[in-house]
Design a protein around this ligand. Structure first.
Ligand code: HDD
Length: 702
């Protein structure tokens, strides 16, 4: 259960008089003595040292100077990308030995448990930006294996914007706030971003993904993760197998709708981090299974695209995913800065049995992640910070530098040396040590892009055609929204020209809604779009949603006089599904139910809009409904829930609110009148579908 604060009597606290020197009692006993960094006990933390009661502050006040000095230096540079993130501890459990495929120690023994740290993030926004920005989510995983840290630094989308790391600064500059005005923040709906994308045909596949609902996940617990690049697994005999890594969430996939995301950012900018925190604190530990797509050179040769091109994915239907283990996140951090902020992921952190491929994006990343940690953490000794320190022995001759915490004992700080095994220190091990796969490379030095990377539209089309009608509609609307914020007409038009190479219907819809005066010609393409790639249903969120309402939340708006039996019935049905309820009421103190019992509220109506919930119920008395009908936030509660295609349950008396909100005549099969507690179960069964999508069409103008 979420920890509640023990109630403290206000009178119990010795209030600060500013006079200093009081023994501050907190209910429950004496507290420990405050000290300086040097450990000196502090007598007065309320007043600086002065010459006389109204005189100047004295320089000799070491406690004051140290306190302010430390405060002045609390900040470190935020990450240049993925600044806003949220981390948690957990573990990985290996399902089966993969010794035939890889020598990686973590995959040798079934049942092996390996400690992990994971950080989820958005990409473009600053550290304080809202969680529901339309953005790619970072999915960075560290495995503390017995043979070193393995960092799988992925995203929740299996492809990327660019093919060569040299374009990364340009991509990020274009996506982030413009340098002259420092806005817009945490969004791509602006000229610079679409200018860059429309001039970079290689981004078209990713553009389709980011306009899909993948970039507005319902929660971090409901999204997939991908290693993106092709990596190699190498077994003890030196045989290499290509691999793509996938994370599959146990709760299935779910996203919110765009209008909901916009409102969520205001209602709760911390929506995602709060959700993850709450789930872990309640013991409802989020889980993902690790999957591998394994393939050999022969497949790589015959695949339609280059496996080194990070703007392409391999459909699950072509290379099935082998599930090899499970990650469970079971512990929140004790301190955000020490762990989540200071964790330093590196794509270069790989272990024996795993190796890079020649993907030019990955090769560039391997430089960037090591380099950036020095800037952020200020010292080459960032691996001494506990969250970054391997859990296996670390032995080397590197030494000194800012903030050094560990070093070898004794006189030997170089090798070879002749000091003998005890004093002389470690030596390399050709048998156990990491060895790069001896791939043969040849060719003249040149700044080139391989011809095999030249098809930019075929998989964009394949992705679009793999979506359900509802999802295709969301993609079109996302393009329309984003391009409507682009002020330069030529950029809007240039994007439509690219969409013509993806799907004519999509391009026309976007052009019509933007009211483009002239339809542009299709963008010139190095390779014609392959029109016959098979749809991959695994790419749809809606086709891969959960089978239950587990892990979701029902928001119940109640008033005084709410039918106690109905409320209890609904609560029971939700809880037996493994889902949660949250009570919303006109006042935070709660309401008095029909049987005289007191129902505590978690949210006051204007702080608990329906966007916070996956489905809603309105249970009221007649008088209660009349009261709600006068409250704008109560009307918004049902109007938004309806517009966001949520399932809605209501008691007969609550109908007055729907009438006042102008919805009474439109209530459809996704809206259920609950006359008796026993009907609650069938409402919860309906909620398993998550949203009532047939409503969406009725909300659009004919
Ligand atoms: Fe990156 C952070 C994922 C391309 C340079 N990246 C960062 C994080 C994630 C990714 C999840 C946050 C790590 C954390 O939580 O601390 N990045 C990706 C993926 C990419 C990708 C999936 C493409 C497949 N990145 C990429 C390129 C470059 C970078 C091409 C540079 C050449 N990324 C960085 C960085 C960051 C970073 C500047 C910022 C903070 C950090 O590394 O630790 O080095």
């Amino acid at each position: 259960m979420t920890k509640k604060f023990e109630s403290v009597q206000v009178d119990d606290l010795a209030l600060n008089t500013g006079q200093g020197g009081e023994v501050h009692q907190i209910a429950g006993g004496d507290v420990e003595t405050l000290t300086t960094q040097g450990g000196t006990p502090v007598s007065d933390d309320q007043n600086s040292l002065k010459a006389g009661s109204r005189g100047p502050t004295l320089l000799e006040d070491q406690h004051f100077r140290e306190k302010i000095f430390h405060f002045d230096h609390e900040r470190i540079p935020e990450r240049v990308v993925h600044a806003r993130g949220f981390g948690a501890h957990g573990f990985f459990e290996t399902y089966e030995s993969l010794a035939d495929i890889t020598a990686a120690d973590i995959f040798q023994r079934a049942g092996e448990k390996t400690e992990m740290f994971v950080r989820f993030s958005t990409v473009a926004g600053n550290k304080g930006s809202p969680d529901l920005a339309r953005d790619v989510r970072g999915f960075a995983c560290r495995f503390y294996t017995k043979e070193g840290n393995w960092d799988l630094v992925g995203n929740n989308i299996p492809v990327f914007f660019i093919q060569d790391a040299i374009k990364f600064p340009d991509l990020i500059h274009a996506a982030k706030a413009a340098p002259d005005r420092d806005f817009p923040q945490a969004q791509t709906a602006h000229d610079n971003f679409w200018d860059f994308i429309s001039l970079s045909p290689e981004s078209m596949h990713m553009a389709l993904w980011i306009m899909s609902d993948r970039t507005i996940p319902r929660s971090l617990r409901f999204m997939e993760g991908f290693g993106v690049h092709t990596f190699r697994l190498v077994n003890a005999a030196g045989k290499s197998t290509f691999v793509k890594f996938h994370w599959k969430p146990a709760l299935g996939l779910q996203s919110v709708v765009w209008n909901e995301a916009l409102k969520l950012n205001g209602a709760d900018p911390d929506f995602h981090r709060r959700d993850l925190w709450d789930a872990i604190q309640m013991g409802d530990f989020p889980e993902w299974e690790l999957g591998m797509q394994l393939f050999d050179d022969a497949f790589a040769e015959r695949f339609d695209f280059d496996i080194l091109d990070a703007t392409k994915f391999i459909p699950e239907e072509e290379v099935p995913i082998r599930i090899v283990g499970k990650m469970t996140l079971d512990r929140c951090v004790d301190n955000f800065f020490l762990e989540t902020e200071q964790v330093a992921f590196q794509t270069g952190n790989i272990v024996p049995g795993i190796d890079f491929s020649n993907d030019p994006l990955l090769q560039g990343r391997n430089f960037s992640y090591l380099d950036t940690q020095l800037k952020r953490l200020g010292s080459p000794n960032f691996t001494h910070i506990p969250v970054n320190a391997p859990r296996c022995p670390v032995r080397h001759f590197q030494q000194d530098g800012h903030m050094a915490m560990q070093s070898r004992k004794g006189r030997a700080n170089y090798e070879p040396n002749s000091w003998g095994a005890d004093i002389g220190g470690p030596r390399e091990s050709p048998e156990r040590g990491f060895r790069s796969f001896p791939a043969e490379e040849s060719g003249g030095k040149a700044r080139v892009r391989s011809e095999t990377f030249a098809d930019h539209y075929s998989q964009a089309r394949q992705f679009y055609l793999s979506q359900t009608e509802v999802e295709q509609n969301h993609i079109a609307k996302a393009f329309i929204f984003e391009l409507s914020k682009v002020e330069t007409l030529a950029i809007r038009s240039r994007m439509v020209a690219h969409l013509l190479n993806v799907d004519e219907g999509l391009a026309k819809k976007v052009a019509t809604e933007l009211r483009l005066k002239d339809m542009p010609k299709p963008a010139s393409a190095k390779r014609p779009t392959k029109m016959d790639l098979k749809a991959s249903p695994k790419l749809s969120i809606l086709l891969n949603g959960p089978k239950s309402f587990k892990g979701r939340k029902l928001g119940i708006l109640v008033t005084d006089g709410v039918d106690a039996g109905l409320l209890t019935g609904l609560k029971k049905a939700i809880e037996s599904e493994g889902a949660l309820i949250e009570i919303v009421a006109p006042n935070i103190g709660g309401v008095k139910a029909s049987d005289g019992s007191w129902i505590e509220a978690k949210q006051k109506i204007d702080g608990g809009p329906s966007v916070l919930y996956d489905a809603v119920a309105v249970l009221t008395s007649k008088e209660g409904a009349a009261l709600l009908a006068k409250l704008p936030p109560a009307k918004d509660f049902v109007t938004d829930a309806f517009a966001h295609c949520k399932f809605i349950a209501y008691s007969a008396q609550a109908l007055a609110l729907f009438e006042k909100a102008g919805l009474a005549a439109d209530l459809d099969q996704g809206c259920v009148k609950l006359d008796a507690a026993k009907e609650a179960k069938s409402f919860v069964e309906l909620c398993r579908e998550l949203r009532f999508w047939p409503r969406e069409k009725t909300l659009e103008p004919a």
